[in-house]
Design a protein around this ligand. Sequence first.
Ligand SMILES: C[S@@+](CC[C@H](N)C(=O)[O-])C[C@H]1O[C@@H](n2cnc3c(N)ncnc32)[C@H](O)[C@@H]1O
Length: 282
Amino acid sequence: MSQIFATKTAARADETVEGLRAQLAAVREHVREREARVREREETIRLREARVRELEGEVAALRTGNEARWPEAELTPERVVERLEGWCTPRKAAWLARLVTETGARKIGEVGVYGGRSLLPMALAARGVEGAELWAVEPWSNEAAAASQTSEGNDFWWRNVEMARIRGGFLEAVRACGLSAMVRVVELTSDQARAAFVLDQGEGFDLLHIDGAHGEAQALADVRGWLALVRPGGVIVLDDIGWETVFKARDFLRARCEVIEEVREEGEGLVTYGAYRVMRGV
Ligand SMILES: C[S@@+](CC[C@H](N)C(=O)[O-])C[C@H]1O[C@@H](n2cnc3c(N)ncnc32)[C@H](O)[C@@H]1O
């Protein structure tokens, strides 16, 4: 009798344990779903915060009282770079502008904007294109810029450069060139911005210039990650393909895309960049 009782009790205990396990699995699933939803909302909040900062910048620029537009004659790719902070040479500016017009790019992006020296030439070239938009991905953060290390000198520069001033100069230039309606500032790191674009599931980029972190791991992560966000037939431009830390990123693109052109400018210093056409199914 007591044996039958013990067996029944054990069976009931097993059922209870099974029931609890099922409940636990359901709770875990629920928590996973909630966490995914929280992550999505965090991305949306980040994008909205970035937009608020962009508008604040525009307001601040208007408050300076300097509302004069730059003269139209200065608004050519080669000439505009002379007014901006950054590294893009006049030759590269003209080359980027040509890529915009030759490909008829409408959705254009840049990762690593700094003072806008390479973004503004592309934006000026796209001025006549209906519906053209320029996505400017740049955190303007010393911490983010110094996170991807290249050399002692570079790392020191990125830890100390006055990002707020560079950001202000860029926003002011966008306004002074009459490009505010086209340029969409995404004040996030490359990884954060990419996650937001993936969630957004919008159209792929026609042209994307990658000139953000130059450390080996982040440069590779950038081309790997952003490649999926460029439409087949679209073009990725990668800067500094002559830097050792960028070789892996360059070789990644060489292996998967059609090489349109790789340029080596030898002037005051060596300037290198390449354009790669994204093929279907990469
Ligand atoms: C070489 S500069 C860009 C220069 C600009 N394109 C030009 O031609 O003058 C690199 C920029 O990438 C930005 N950057 C660094 N790490 C980044 C990251 N993880 N995500 C996005 N941008 C980053 C830096 O803040 C810096 O402004």
